[in-house]
Design a protein around this ligand. Structure first.
Ligand code: BGC
Length: 808
């Protein structure tokens, strides 16, 4: 142990307390030994350092910080180095605000476009997500702040996120939902990682030794600490035993008391506690030493704003450019239409919300650009129904201009933590406005703001489509620079855009009806499905246009790398993202027809050619073998495909790869749908064959259990409990109607009963939660017993909390 000297001077009580938070954002300290507490803070695209007096969930005001583009936006840059630079600025702002651990980046796979948090995640592809995340982590940690990639693992839905069980076969887990984290941990050397709320194959992520010990520590060599997502600690002792180091937020001493009891009863050894304390102390001491000299040091607000703009410029995706309507000539006569041009849509809602240092709105900054603006009309309400009067005015304005810049997208409520989407459509009031405006002026250029895929049945109405995603605080100018050609767009989509939601591979299985989220689509996520099953999409993964053109030539391939030439054949300088996909010709396991295994972003002056080499790393040919329980390689031929998108392969070559001679692990006859990629109606038998065991019964028993969410009180026997549900449901519906996401409500709605104890800052103990359950489920005597438990728990908890304060 590295910190034996310190640990030997700590009492068991002190050690148990160190593994659980002091309050909402801080760890405990051991002042007598010189161990200072650490502050943890969101977030993934800007620091959200909670100011004094924030609300219990910590979602009140936070200190001003730069709001960079969100992860979903940055992934479109396909530029991990840009991510690293962004991370460096995040680390600088974190240290300046005395934050030792920055809770990000978020890198869960965008399994389904309905997931309300997709805007916080990089991609549907684990390779791209992992590489981007590794860049962020390297950047954040440059000055000694710890990055904390999240949410580990298989956390791909918001509905009942704190109580759901992600069920999938080990191969899908390893190849899709863990490869991103593997790259982030190994190549980014993260000093912390956040365990997710959900269970993975029946075990809560925070107490899942398979994930935390066997894979994370033993296989990937992670040597940092694991922190639970806020309230994600189900059983504290099981968590510590499995490899979790820090429970957040504080439970007012309730969890440490449980851990001590477990040590006394021999359910966990003190050695195990010591090991966790040692691993945690290591990061506490090093980050504190790094942050102390930097705290309070002001950061350069203007320079960071300028970088936020640059990052956004590099990530904007040009999706359509009919008749080369873009870029606009200087002085072009434009009408600006759309509410989002007046008040920007630039980040999503929830724990990642940043209180910007400054914020650009298109109508405020457009005067800085060489455009003849004839006026602005909102055309649609930010949230709500079509307003014919607004549309009439917009049409009138459109007629006065040569071009219309029409700002559209998802509104605030559509992209929020704690709330999945229910449609891929943009609001109908916007579509109606667009159709009317197109009738008034055919030269409509749509500027889209949305952090995740949307359906575009209206695409033929506009001549051009510029997708800014969620561009951060400086996005408005970045978009205008692209429109005018001051920046040549070079972003490419990091996710597929289906024609309609029902086309998505996981649509039949999302959201989960009961507690079990079944990943029946297996490896067929996003383009892996569309390409294999030949399902047409609106825009494929990896697609993006430029104001110039690129030619690909002269490919040579070896099992170690692919080398080729790219030439800028147009008359403008620009950057091209070249993508490398691998296709296994005779696999022994089922495989998607194309899988991203490398990419390069290359800047070329007009007319210039460059030779590009993309290495083929250890992930290029591997597959997870469930017999040997490790990654193996099939010997044989593989096509190496170089594309401008997954659907636009420009060059191909074949390599013969030496295999690892592993035993066959899949019987194609038992999983025929997977062989063909036809996975929209996988039967129970076939899914069980893929899992290698019977499908776990996720049905809800009817009696509310500690891990059932408040949302499920609807089914409770007790009238009082159903009343609580009604109140919560009413509040949720109201906030949705208003279009204003309220995370306090969405959080509580999806929260299991046991988490009340975890989130109440020590006011509610686990035994009080048991009492609440008795009341919910029972009548008569059970009701009274529940009441007694709550009162007794309350009295005891006062004592525990007092003791905890004394320990500090
Ligand atoms: C979110 C995390 C976040 C944490 C602290 C949780 O609800 O899932 O991403 O870091 O809250 O705000």
């Amino acid at each position: 142990m590295k910190h034996q000297d310190l640990i030997s001077q700590m009492t068991l009580e002190g050690k148990c307390h160190l593994l659980s938070g002091r309050d909402f954002w801080q760890t405990q300290s051991v002042k007598r030994l010189g161990v200072e507490s650490m502050t943890l803070s969101d977030g993934p695209h800007g620091v959200r350092r909670q100011a004094e007096g924030g609300d219990q969930l910590g979602l009140g005001g936070s200190l001003p910080a730069t709001c960079f583009p969100t992860a979903a936006t940055m992934a479109n840059s396909w530029d991990p180095q840009l991510g690293e630079q962004l991370g460096e600025l995040l680390g600088e702002e974190a240290a300046s605000q005395d934050v030792c651990v920055l809770l990000g980046p978020g890198l869960n796979i965008k399994r389904n476009p309905f997931c309300g948090r997709n805007f916080e995640y990089f991609s549907e592809d684990p390779y791209l997500a992992g590489k981007m995340a590794a860049g962020y982590i390297r950047g954040i940690q440059k000055n000694g702040v710890a990055a904390c990639p999240k949410h580990f693992a298989a956390n791909n839905t918001e509905l009942r996120r704190m109580a759901s069980n992600s069920v999938m076969d080990e191969r899908t887990l390893r190849e899709i939902y863990l490869t991103n984290f593997e790259i982030a941990v190994k190549e980014g050397h993260a000093k912390a990682i956040m365990s997710s709320y959900n269970m993975v194959n029946g075990v809560y992520a925070n107490e899942n030794a398979h994930l935390l010990q066997r894979i994370l520590r033993d296989t990937w060599g992670f040597d940092g600490f694991v922190v639970s997502d806020w309230g994600a600690c189900n059983d504290f002792t099981d968590g510590v035993r499995a490899g979790s180091h820090l429970e957040m937020p504080s439970t007012g001493g309730d969890s440490p008391r449980q851990l001590m009891q477990a040590v006394y009863e021999g359910r966990i050894s003190e050695d195990k506690v010591n090991t966790r304390v040692d691993e945690l102390l290591d990061v506490m001491l090093s980050t504190r030493a790094a942050v102390n000299p930097l705290k309070g040091k002001p950061f350069d607000v203007e320079a960071h704003h300028a970088f936020a703009q640059k990052a956004s410029e590099q990530s904007i995706v040009l999706l359509k450019n009919e008749e080369n309507i873009l870029p606009l000539a200087p002085g072009s006569k434009v009408a600006v239409i759309g509410e989002f041009a007046r008040k920007a849509r630039y980040q999503g809602a929830g724990s990642s919300v940043v209180n910007c240092t400054k914020l650009e709105h298109t109508m405020d900054v457009i005067k800085n650009f060489d455009l003849n603006v004839v006026g602005f009309e909102p055309a649609y309400p930010r949230h709500g129904k079509t307003d014919p009067a607004l549309i009439d005015k917009a049409m009138e304005l459109a007629r006065k201009a040569d071009y219309v810049l029409m700002y559209l997208g998802l509104d605030e409520i559509s992209e929020s933590e704690g709330l999945d989407r229910s449609t891929l459509a943009i609001p109908s009031c916007q579509i109606e406005a667009l159709k009317a405006v197109c009738g008034a002026n055919p030269n409509v250029i749509v500027v889209m703001s949305a952090g995740s895929a949307v359906e575009m049945p209206w695409l033929n109405c506009c001549k051009a489509l510029v997708h800014g995603y969620l561009c951060g605080q400086a996005g408005a100018s970045a978009v205008l620079k692209v429109l005018l050609g001051e920046v040549n767009p070079s972003g490419k989509l990091s996710e597929s855009y289906p024609v309609k939601y029902e086309d998505c591979s996981s649509s039949p299985y999302f959201p989960a009806k009961q507690r079990t989220v079944e990943y029946r689509e297996g490896l067929f996520v996003g383009y892996r499905y569309y390409e294999t099953a030949h399902v047409p999409v609106t825009f494929p993964f990896g697609f993006g246009l430029s104001y110039t053109t690129f030619a690909y030539s002269s490919l040579s391939v070896t099992p170690q790398s692919a080398t080729f030439t790219i030439t800028n054949t147009g008359d403008r300088d620009g950057a091209e993202v070249a993508e490398l996909y691998v296709h296994a010709k005779n696999p022994s396991v089922y495989r998607p027809v194309k899988e991203l295994k490398g990419f390069a972003k290359v800047f070329l002056k007009a007319g210039e050619s460059k030779t590009v080499t993309i290495p083929l790393d250890d992930k290029a040919f591997r597959y997870w073998n469930s017999v040997t329980e490790q990654f193996e390689i099939d010997g044989g031929d593989y096509d190496i495909l170089i594309g401008a998108s997954v659907a636009d392969i420009r060059l191909s070559g074949t390599v013969t790869v030496e295999g690892t001679d592993a035993p066959k692990c899949e019987d194609f006859d038992t999983i025929p749908s997977y062989r063909k990629g036809e996975i929209k109606a996988v039967s129970d038998e076939e899914f069980a064959a893929l899992l290698g065991h019977p499908i776990p019964d996720g049905k809800w028993a009817g009696v509310i259990e500690p891990n059932d969410a408040i949302a499920q009180l609807y089914y409770a026997k007790s009238l009082k409990a159903r009343f609580v549900w009604k109140v919560m449901d009413g509040m949720l519906k109201k906030s949705i109607e208003k279009g204003e996401p309220d995370l306090n409500i969405t959080f509580i709605y999806n929260m299991p009963i046991r988490a009340i104890g975890k989130m109440a800052g020590g006011m509610v103990s686990q035994s009080m939660c048991d009492g609440i359950l008795d009341i919910i489920n029972g009548h008569g005597i059970a009701f009274l017993k529940g009441l007694v438990k709550i009162i007794a728990g309350f009295i005891r908890q006062q004592g525990v909390a007092k003791k905890q304060r004394a320990l500090e």
